[in-house]
Design a binder for this molecule. Structure first.
Ligand code: ACO
Length: 362
């Protein structure tokens, strides 16, 4: 059911702009095409936080501050109990973040940005019966995440690919999770509360929970020859094709190509399964053709989640972890929006339209 409120302006922001007609994403005045490849997680994070915290941070200072925060947070792993490990990774991670103190300051922000980067690899390793890996504060956040996940130093191509991913998804206008973060911040609650609300909104399959199901779809399709028939059957059953469609974009999501390009060096150096990439390309072509035919009035194109799935799989993340990796990248965006709201905004309190019965007049 459409609620007619799609075009309501709920916030003013200087952080990012999503142009759905032209397929353009601008983060702090810079087009995504000029950020990726090349920008690091620390670089985009410093830019997003610029002017919003009690003291300025550069990419260089952020790298060492985040390294120290990762080391500090690692002590929390020893308090990770069995009950948490039985949960899906993103839920276990959320529960651990809930134990952090609330606040509006840079120290709280740094711990929130470092927390998913430390907790997620540790949870994944413990769930697989392996020992967690201690953070190395001298590394960049991307290199250290991959090292903590695999217990090996990542290649330069792998680190660059994760940086490309984290930068690409760092902020994206007033999406559902960012809105949740701003709503909480508008009450002047702290950053931890905002980030927890945002993770709750992110994990649903219509938002950040889609890339795992993208791989399920590729596995079910199996071969390039099967793509057309499988996709047609799925749509006949009334299912949606994961990794396609977007509320704002009426053209191709620019993040999809940023991630597809970020995969290229891994493909060239043999660090990605080429057959998997060929299957994905066929599925994408077939899906776009079928969606165009079935929904001629609604432009449906590939979204960020399709190539997210392939990139994170290539980096060694299991599919149940994908939403958690999304949270690693998006946390700085949630924090920046929460600070912007807390500094400049009012309480967000929309009105509902009551459509229920009225009391009988005596
Ligand atoms: N597959 C098939 N049909 C689709 C798809 C899809 N992926 N997306 C939309 N449609 C169809 C709908 O069935 C609907 O058709 P109808 O008018 O005949 O009923 C029409 O397109 C419009 O759909 P809406 O629900 O109005 O689109 P909305 O803007 O609400 O949805 C959304 C956006 C949730 C992303 C949707 O496209 C979808 O479910 N995609 C699949 C899940 C996915 O990839 N999510 C990740 C999004 S990116 C992110 O959040 C990071």
């Amino acid at each position: 059911m459409k609620n007619g409120l799609e075009d309501v302006i709920a916030a003013e922001t200087q952080l990012s702009d999503v142009d759905g007609e032209r397929g353009r994403l601008v983060i702090r005045g810079v087009s995504l095409d000029d950020l990726v490849p090349g920008e690091t997680y620390e670089g985009v994070a410093a830019s997003l936080l610029d002017g919003l915290m009690e003291r300025p941070v550069t990419a260089t200072t952020l790298r060492s501050l985040l390294g120290a925060a990762r080391v500090d947070l690692y002590s929390h792993i020893t308090r990770l109990d069995e009950g948490l490990l039985a949960l899906p990774p993103v839920d276990a991670m959320r529960a651990m973040i809930a134990r952090l103190g609330d606040g509006q300051d840079l120290d709280t922000a740094l711990h929130l940005m470092a927390a998913p980067a430390v907790f997620l690899p540790a949870i994944l390793r413990l769930q697989a019966g392996q020992r967690p890996v201690t953070p190395d504060e001298s590394l960049s956040q991307s290199a250290d995440i991959l090292r903590m996940l695999t217990d090996r130093m990542p290649s330069a191509e792998q680190t660059a690919a994760l940086d490309a991913y984290l930068v690409t998804i760092s902020d994206h206008g007033l999406n559902a999770s960012t809105f949740a973060s701003r709503v909480v911040a508008s009450t002047q609650a702290g950053l931890t509360s905002s980030v927890l609300a945002a993770i709750g909104a992110l994990k649903g399959p219509l938002h950040g929970g889609a890339p795992g199901p993208v791989l399920d779809m590729l596995d079910a399709i199996g071969t390039e020859a099967n793509a057309h028939a499988w996709l047609t059957d799925a749509l006949d059953r009334g299912e949606r094709l994961m990794g396609f469609g977007h509320r704002i974009y009426r053209v191709r999501d620019p993040r999809a190509d940023a991630l597809k390009n970020a995969l290229s060096p891994l493909v060239r150096s043999g660090q990605v399964d080429r057959e998997r990439m060929a299957l994905a390309a066929s599925v994408e072509r077939a899906a776009l053709a079928i969606l165009k035919e079935r929904k001629p009035d609604r432009p449906l194109d590939v979204n960020v989640e399709f190539y997210t799935a392939l990139l994170l799989e290539a980096l060694g993340f299991e599919r149940q972890a994908f939403t958690g990796v999304f949270a690693i990248g998006r946390t700085v965006g949630w924090i920046a929006h929460a600070r912007e709201q807390a500094l400049n905004g009012r309480l967000i309190r929309p009105r509902s339209i009551y459509t229920g019965p009225l009391p009988k007049v005596a």
